[in-house]
Design a protein around this ligand. Structure first.
Ligand SMILES: [Zn+2]
Ligand SMILES: [Zn+2]
Length: 187
């Protein structure tokens, strides 16, 4: 059963725009981080997420790790996995959604249209089940051995030789002796 407060849950729902099973996975992943690692207001924390679905909004909202601050890192692996690091003592966990959890509901959902009454009822049931689960049954937990991702560094901005738009120097590449931005490199 979740220990998140109504206020935390409602805050994440309004940040995301709706309540859905994906957001609920993120709520519980964030809860795991708050329980074991803390939040980015009190500690230097880095979150690495392996998907860019609904869940990551709850993680950003509740842990305080955000894209803009550079302590929220997206790796496009397509997994419901979340890794949290605390710089002060190197405490870290990688958690991934337990595939057996809600497997029955997921297979039922495959057979009904998403917007049907039945589809909505199944999603609601899944949200409830995900909120009621114990964190330790919900996620498989491991200790990653990679180094903590580095702090975001500030880079110089240089004008692209073709379009003239200011571009972070690390994102320019040399094409026939000219430094081009990625857009100009593709086109
Ligand atoms: Zn959503
Ligand atoms: Zn350009």
């Amino acid at each position: 059963m979740t220990n998140l407060t109504r206020e935390q849950i409602d805050g994440a729902i309004s940040f995301h725009g709706h309540h859905c099973p994906g957001l609920t996975i993120g709520l519980r992943a964030a809860e795991f981080c708050l329980r074991e690692i803390g939040n980015a207001k009190d500690e230097e924390i880095v979150a690495v997420v392996e998907n860019d679905m609904c869940a990551v909004d709850a993680v950003q909202f509740l842990t305080g790790c955000t894209f803009g601050k550079g302590n929220f890192i997206f790796r496009d692996y397509g997994k419901a996995a979340f890794t949290f690091f605390r710089r002060s003592d190197d405490k870290r966990f990688r958690i991934i959604l337990n595939p057996t959890l809600c497997a029955d509901l997921r297979s039922q959902m495959e057979n009904v249209p998403r917007d049907s009454a039945e589809g909505k009822a199944l999603r609601q049931k899944m949200i409830e089940r995900l909120m009621e689960a114990e964190l330790d049954e919900m996620f498989n937990v491991s200790i990653p051995d990679e180094p903590i991702p580095g702090k975001a560094r500030l880079h110089k901005t240089i004008a692209c030789a073709r379009c003239g738009e200011g571009t972070m120097e690390t994102r320019l590449s040399e094409v026939n002796g000219q430094l081009l931005c990625r857009i100009c490199t593709i086109n």
